[in-house]
Design a protein around this ligand. Structure first.
Ligand code: MN
Length: 743
């Protein structure tokens, strides 16, 4: 046998008896040859050699060479009449998971399609439903399906699961239980969704046997005891029906089936009935040539035996979501025995047994059944596309699917599935867990790596949210969150804290203005205040404070309502010149009452922000101004705008820097220098000596003055640091001037 492809990293092991595995592969090849007589199976053989070489020395729990498993999986795929890509994937499906082979290597050796499928199967293998925190089977199934880019990945995964279930007996009871549970809750329903009745049935019965061994034994024994009479009965009926149909000229073949153990179990449990009350324990299947004859056959059956009311189901007119079509009826047969009759066409039968896999086998001249379930519209599309296409290669290219294009399935670190809309961000994830987690979110890790909070999550991402007690959501988040839940929670919190701030500002604003006008606040009662509030249409004073803080009214207006005789609504003394002088003059020290001061932190706070015109920094003398609707603008007292703003002197409010050292203020600086080499280096080294972060820096030549101009934005902590920095730059020889740009 060829051994030329042995790679240098291949582990050195003693070869197991080669013949059993080799023979098994030859069987597989022969099976495929039957239905693909002309296909070139060389790529399949290459995949076999490759997988065998890498799995060399590995054993199954059954004691067989590991390679037996991929071959048996591929046998199942061959029974499903899958294409070569799927079968190559079947042979290679465990190499990335269980050996050192990478997906890139697979791509190089076997091409893009096989690499994508192997990668898909490997990803699914890493999902562990059993260890998930709360096992939400429905979400887990959807997530699993959502992670599938190529429908063949599911086929291979189902075949893999099928073989593992068939050999489950070799595992420890604990692992058996785990795998059986996952099979019955995840994989069998997926096979069902895809209309693969046969695979679903076998998976369920195998799992049932391990999960409910007593019930399984009981049901099988009960069925066994009836088997002989049931078989006789079905043979009798078959004969009668065959004659009747022949008499009516309806072509048909018949197939009798006895209900599967798990299906019986479910029915007994769900309906709390005894075995003898199961109407459809025995069923006769009539498979005919056309829809018309399906209904004709139904007429024949009802003519002969009395139908049980409410048991006639027309899944031809209204197919099941998984495209299953058939007519069902239950009748009272000879000797008073009830049984079910299922009537369908050949094509319906094929789809019932094989589901989506049926589409691989018969590619031409089929009519797709109609289905109106939105959730699996994709399957219908697949059938429709297939009908329109002559080239099988073209059909395969549509197997890349996006089953749930509107959703993204993510995990918490403990395995809980969180379903979010597409493009959702870690913030949405955080709010989906709990609003406190969202509110205090300061960062996120996706698959162990820190990501920006605005990044989009992808299927299968494990998301970990970092929180900090007391942290507040940012207004910026509203620009990128995708869920209504996150949006509402953020808005709610921002509104609440904005309002709290507005109330604080409003109270201080009113207090300050009262003092300025010599108004005795202490004489005002709570009911006076509430009365004024109601004059403005508010139910409590708090609301009026908030309105004042937002700048909706001026404090003077409110005061004039409290004391109309002493305070006029229109400030008469606010002649521009006079008031500007008094207002803009730097205040010596603190105002009389420290409570009337609004604290300014470095970070721009909601409703208290540093004015763009002068961009004041900590340490500078500042003054606040209650704007109309935007809160308090904080200006430097040196700002030229302050002069004109203070015409409206009553809107001025005292502010001071809050004690905090962490924040940095961006400041723009222009340096005029001689135009000589090395100047930039000297400037930047001064900045780094002062531990100053440079945000941007740009140098230009100033032709007229025969010099250069360096413009930069640097982060400083306060006025002191800025002064030190400017002084240091001025000491550099060749520096002519240093200027701070105020806007
Ligand atoms: Mn496997």
């Amino acid at each position: 046998m060829p051994s030329e492809s042995v790679s240098p990293t291949e582990p050195l092991v003693v070869a197991p008896p080669p013949d059993s595995v080799e023979l098994l592969y030859r069987d597989l090849e022969a099976k495929i040859r039957e239905y693909r007589p002309k296909d070139d199976l060389a790529p399949l053989e290459t995949a076999f050699r490759f997988a065998r070489q890498w799995h060399e020395g590995q054993m199954r729990d059954s004691g067989e060479p590991y390679m037996v498993h991929p071959i048996k999986v591929t046998q199942i795929l061959a029974d499903m009449r899958m294409d070569l890509v799927a079968m190559e994937t079947g042979l290679l499906h465990d190499v990335v998971e269980d050996t050192s082979v990478t997906t890139d290597q697979i791509r190089k050796e076997f091409g893009e399609d096989v690499a994508r499928c192997v990668d898909g199967v490997t990803k699914l293998s890493k999902l562990d439903f059993y260890s998930a925190e709360d096992r939400q089977a429905e979400s887990f199934r959807k997530m699993l399906l959502a992670m599938v880019e190529d429908i063949r990945v599911i086929m291979v995964k189902l075949a893999d699961r099928m073989h593992n279930m068939r050999t489950l007996g070799f595992l420890s009871p604990e692992r058996r239980e785990r795998i059986a549970r996952e099979t019955i809750e995840i994989y069998a329903p997926i096979a069902h969704r895809l209309g693969m009745g046969k695979i679903r049935g076998e998976l369920e019965d195998l799992a049932f046997q391990y999960l409910e061994p007593d019930a399984y034994r009981e049901i099988v024994a009960a069925m066994e005891s009836r088997r002989h009479s049931n078989e006789e009965f079905l043979a009798e009926i078959k004969q009668i029906v065959a004659n009747e149909l022949l008499g009516e000229g309806i072509p048909a073949r018949m197939d009798a089936r006895i209900k599967r153990p798990y299906s019986v179990f479910q029915k007994l449990r769900r309906q709390k009935i005894a075995m003898d009350q199961v109407y459809d324990l025995m069923a006769l299947r009539i498979i005919t040539d056309s829809v018309k004859n399906c209904y004709a056959a139904l007429g024949v059956i009802h003519n002969r035996w009395r139908p049980i009311p409410g048991r006639i189901k027309d899944f031809i007119a209204i197919p099941r979501p998984n495209l299953y079509q058939s007519l069902h009826t239950s009748v009272v047969g000879p000797h008073g025995q009830t049984f079910e009759v299922q009537i369908r066409t050949e094509e319906m039968h094929r789809i019932a047994e094989e589901g989506i896999a049926a589409h691989w086998k018969y590619k031409e001249g089929r009519k797709g059944p109609a289905a109106d379930d939105q959730r699996i519209a994709w399957l219908r599309h697949l059938v429709e596309w297939q009908r329109d296409m002559q080239d099988p290669g073209e059909f395969m290219s549509t197997l890349k699917v996006d089953l749930y294009p509107e959703e993204v399935y993510t995990f918490t670190p403990r395995g809980k599935v969180i379903v979010l809309p597409r493009e959702a961000t870690p913030i949405d994830f955080a709010y989906a867990i709990h609003s406190d987690v969202g509110n205090t979110c300061i960062g996120a890790k996706v698959n162990g790596r820190i990501v920006p909070l605005r990044s989009s999550l992808r299927n299968g991402d494990v998301v970990e949210i970092m929180t900090q007690p007391g942290h507040q959501p940012s207004k910026d988040w509203l620009a990128f969150v995708k869920t209504a839940r996150a949006r509402n929670k953020i808005k709610h919190l921002i509104n609440a804290s904005e309002r709290a701030k507005a109330i604080e500002i409003g109270e201080k604003y009113l207090d300050k203005e009262a003092r300025r006008l010599g108004f005795q606040f202490s004489r005002v009662t709570k009911s006076d205040l509430d009365e004024v509030a109601s004059d403005y249409g508010y139910s409590k004073m708090e609301d009026l404070y908030a309105a004042l803080g937002y700048g909706k009214f001026s404090a003077r207006q409110v005061l004039s309502k409290l004391a109309p005789e002493t305070i006029k609504d229109e400030p008469e003394e606010s002649k521009p010149a006079a008031s500007a002088e008094t207002a803009a003059a730097p205040m010596p020290g603190r105002p009389a009452d420290g409570d009337a001061v609004i604290k300014v932190s470095g970070m721009d706070d909601l409703l208290v922000y540093r004015a763009k015109c002068c961009n004041p920094i900590r340490g500078e003398a500042i003054v606040g101004y209650v704007t109309r609707g935007k809160g308090v603008a904080v200006h430097s007292r040196m700002c030229h705008n302050v002069q004109s703003l203070m015409y409206d002197v009553e809107r001025k409010i005292e502010v001071e820097w809050a004690r905090s050292t962490a924040d940095a203020f961006p400041v723009r600086i222009v340096v005029h220098t001689d135009d000589r080499p090395g100047m930039l280096n000297q400037l930047t080294s001064v900045l780094s000596d002062e531990n100053t972060n440079i945000r941007s820096l740009e140098a230009k030549t100033e032709l007229e003055q025969d010099g250069a101009l360096v413009e930069m934005t640097v982060d400083v902590r306060d006025k002191k640091q800025l002064e030190k920095l400017v002084a240091a730059m001025r000491r550099i020889s060749g520096v002519r001037d240093v200027e701070r740009l105020l806007n």
